[in-house]
Design a protein around this ligand. Structure first.
Ligand SMILES: Nc1nc2c(ncn2[C@@H]2O[C@H](COP(=O)(O)OP(=O)(O)OP(=O)(O)O)[C@@H](O)[C@H]2O)c(=O)[nH]1
Length: 458
């Protein structure tokens, strides 16, 4: 399909479709990405941040428990043997219970998150964290039982002291475990938050790229459509201008313009308009050509002698005036006038038809022996004239004599021999139509008087 030739409606429709498709892609992409980012944020907000809080609480409890043990060792065992074991035990159990409940909360946060699908990122890391918390809880339970037993007895014997040291070691291991767990969950949360940020940045970058692409595609397509319209409109404008020019000059369309009339390809509204204009121009051109030919024919009829094909008297009058002007500006122009000798006798002896043929033959003969630029006129009856450019009177006289000789020598089948007499003159600066005509007529008259078949120059 040639897009260039599509209709205006389809072009604009195509442009709108492209732009709307882009917008739709941007919207769909935005929805998908926002849902994805929302899910990631929810995961951070509902699982990872609470998990971090719980483990931070666990760490604090762990520290408090550690502190309690230090107190027991420093104040109650060494300095004050009358220690209230019941209160210590109660405090310790209360911490342990709290810690255990926080650990259970952490376990249920991860387990529920994994089951419900709320945790969608770093699933394996979350599973690993779950296992670690469970291990920590189990380890803590052992510590809790051991501590319960030890706190019921006084720590003054060697055995008890050894047990106390072992308990301290367990507590210290739990401390480290709690810190490691917290760090692991913090890193996990950080990673997920970073991932969400990365997705946000990607989302912004891709949306910007899509927006910019849509913008430039829109500009490109709009410019393309406008320029294609302008091209077509200017071609139509050109046609109308050449039509106007042709009407103003009253001339048919030039060949170049006619070539432009070729049916343009395509199916848009401008093509229809161009086709209509082409049809009008084609008809107009045809009419102008016919008219031109008709005018040519009329001009030929009006300026040509019917019998001989030479220019007639009417044309002679026009030409004589123009050539006189030419002669004044551009130099030598001569005039030859000739007349068939004793033509009346030809008519009388051979008939008027033969007389006509003599005149036709004479005119053809003369045309064969003069230059294209020289004009032959039949002034009336058997009287002719030739206007010759660029020849002075002497050169024109020589030319006349050559013609005279050719006519005298010519023997045409069915025609009698005949001769012609010439009068020759040159257009002079002060000449007017009458003076030059009078002079050449006198020259011809002189030739007749001189016995005919001769050339006289004046
Ligand atoms: N066949 C024919 N004869 C014509 C035509 N026009 C004029 N004539 C004749 O030409 C003759 C001219 O005769 P004249 O004027 O006496 O001249 P001429 O006999 O040629 O004698 P000079 O010119 O003195 O040599 C007349 O008989 C006209 O009838 C024409 O168109 N056809």
């Amino acid at each position: 399909m040639n897009w260039h030739n599509e209709s205006i409606t389809r072009k604009i429709g195509g442009l709108s479709t492209v732009l709307l498709s882009f917008i739709l892609i941007v919207i769909l992409y935005s929805i998908i990405k926002l849902l994805e980012i929302g899910q990631e944020m929810r995961e951070v907000a509902r699982v990872d941040i609470p998990l971090t809080e719980v483990l931070a609480e666990v760490e604090i409890l762990q520290l408090e428990q550690h502190l309690l043990m230090e107190q027991v060792q420093l104040h109650q065992i060494k300095q004050n043997p009358q220690v209230n074991f019941e209160m210590l035990k109660s405090n310790f159990q209360s911490f342990s219970k709290k810690l255990d409940s926080e650990l259970s909360r952490a376990i249920s946060l991860i387990s529920n998150g994994l089951e419900s699908g709320q945790i969608s990122q770093q699933i394996n890391e979350h599973r690993q964290a779950l296992e670690d918390i469970k291990a920590y809880q189990a380890q803590h339970k052992v510590f809790q039982q051991d501590a319960g037993k030890i706190l019921l007895s006084s720590i003054d014997g060697d055995t008890e002291l050894a047990n106390w040291r072992s308990l301290e070691a367990q507590d210290s291991a739990l401390d480290k475990f709690a810190i490691t767990l917290l760090k692991r969950i913090e890193t996990l949360t950080e990673d997920i938050a970073k991932n969400a940020e990365k997705h946000e940045r990607e989302f912004l970058a891709i949306n910007t790229a899509l927006g910019v692409t849509a913008f430039f595609t829109g500009i490109y397509l709009t410019t393309y459509i406008i320029s294609s319209f302008r091209k077509r409109v200017s071609s139509i404008h050109g046609k109308i201008e050449s039509l106007q020019e042709s009407i103003t000059k009253r001339e048919p369309l030039s060949i170049f313009d006619k070539a432009a009339l070729e049916e343009p390809a395509g199916a848009d509204e401008l093509t229809d308009l161009a086709n209509d204009i082409n049809q009008v121009m084609s008809k107009y051109s045809e009419q102008m050509t016919n008219r031109y030919q008709l005018e040519d024919q009329l001009i030929q009829l009006a300026t040509t002698d019917k019998l001989t094909g030479a220019f007639n008297r009417h044309k002679w009058d026009d030409c004589l005036v123009n050539e006189l002007e030419n002669a004044k500006r551009n130099g030598a122009i001569s005039l030859l006038m000739f007349d068939v000798d004793f033509f009346k006798k030809v008519n009388d002896k051979y008939g008027h038809d033969v007389g006509d043929k003599v005149l036709i033959h004479l005119s053809e003969l003369v045309k064969q022996h003069i230059r294209k630029a020289d004009k032959l006129f039949r002034l009336g009856g058997e009287e002719f004239a030739i206007i010759v450019r660029d020849l002075d009177v002497i050169q024109a006289s020589t030319m006349a004599d050559k013609l005279r000789g050719v006519i005298e020598q010519t023997l045409e089948d069915g025609l009698p021999r005949f001769t012609v007499s010439f009068g020759v003159t040159q257009f002079l600066k002060d000449d007017d139509v009458d003076s030059v005509f009078k002079r050449v007529d006198q020259a011809l008259y002189a030739s007749k008087n001189a016995g005919r078949n001769t050339v006289t120059t004046l």
